[in-house]
Ligand binder design. Structure first.
Ligand code: ZN
Length: 248
């Protein structure tokens, strides 16, 4: 009897709140309809950040189905990784460039989370999801993060974490120096630029952990190499890498 009584109380108290919240959301979207960050078309109920068509047409790499792939090859001999993946192919002028630009420069962190959720769902279809203990985003220097307001890779990590049901932590790895942009640098210069800039507050949270290190774009892999090596030096069991996109 007691259980039934408690259950009734919950229903009568919670149901109207959920109902009101839905009505409020519907009311808001009547005047401010949410639009797709990919094509600017209106989103329908159930769609979030990206419309179904944009999500379906994203240029995916499907690297997680391949034993060998360009991300693994790019880091071969430089960083011993367990898995190496990129969700999307970066094409100049394409939707991925547009989404990454919005994510990094136009105050749209929710794009990172949405892509992380979508990618996590795909990874979950394989057996790899159970192979990680912790998701760690490549950190930004605090001056860059203050300027942007957030770390875009941390939002990708958050989305992956939700789908994979693996905890994430953006406070573990830190960047001790603000480095110049890597965009116009050669591979050797990029490595010199980042090789000594990563640190951890304390090695304890990473020791023995199978870490999934995530970043927005992999170009030469210098940033992932430096950040990953540092985590291995701190005693983690293994490092895997997942990026939103792979630059050609
Ligand atoms: Zn769209």
């Amino acid at each position: 009897m007691v259980v039934k009584f408690t259950s009734n109380i919950r229903q009568t108290r919670l149901k109207p709140m959920v109902h009101i919240s839905t009505i409020f959301q519907d009311f808001v979207s009547l005047f401010f309809p949410p639009y797709c960050m990919g094509c600017s078309g209106h989103l329908v109920k159930g769609e979030e950040i990206l419309c179904t068509r944009c999500l379906a047409e994203l240029p995916k790499t499907h690297y997680h189905h391949r034993f060998e792939n360009p991300v693994i090859n790019r880091l071969a001999g430089r960083l011993p990784i367990r898995h190496g993946w990129a969700f999307l192919k970066f094409q100049k002028g394409g939707i991925v460039q547009h989404l990454l630009h919005q994510l990094k420069y136009n105050n749209c962190p929710e794009i990172g989370e949405r892509l992380g959720k979508a990618y996590g769902r795909e990874l979950r279809e394989t057996s790899v999801a159970s192979e990680f203990d912790l998701i760690v985003p490549v950190p930004l220097h605090r001056s860059r993060q203050r300027q942007r307001g957030y770390n875009q890779s941390a939002h990708f990590a958050k989305g992956l974490s939700e789908s994979l049901q693996v905890p994430w932590d953006e406070s573990i790895s830190i960047r001790t120096q603000a480095t110049a942009s890597q965009t116009r640098k050669t591979r050797a210069d990029r490595w010199e630029n980042v090789r000594h800039v990563f640190a951890v507050e304390t090695a304890i949270p990473v020791q023995g952990k199978r870490i999934l290190l995530v970043d927005d774009v992999i170009t030469t892999g210098a940033t992932l190499e430096a950040s990953g090596r540092h985590l291995l030096d701190c005693g983690c069991a293994s490092v895997s890498v997942a990026c939103i996109a792979e630059a050609q």
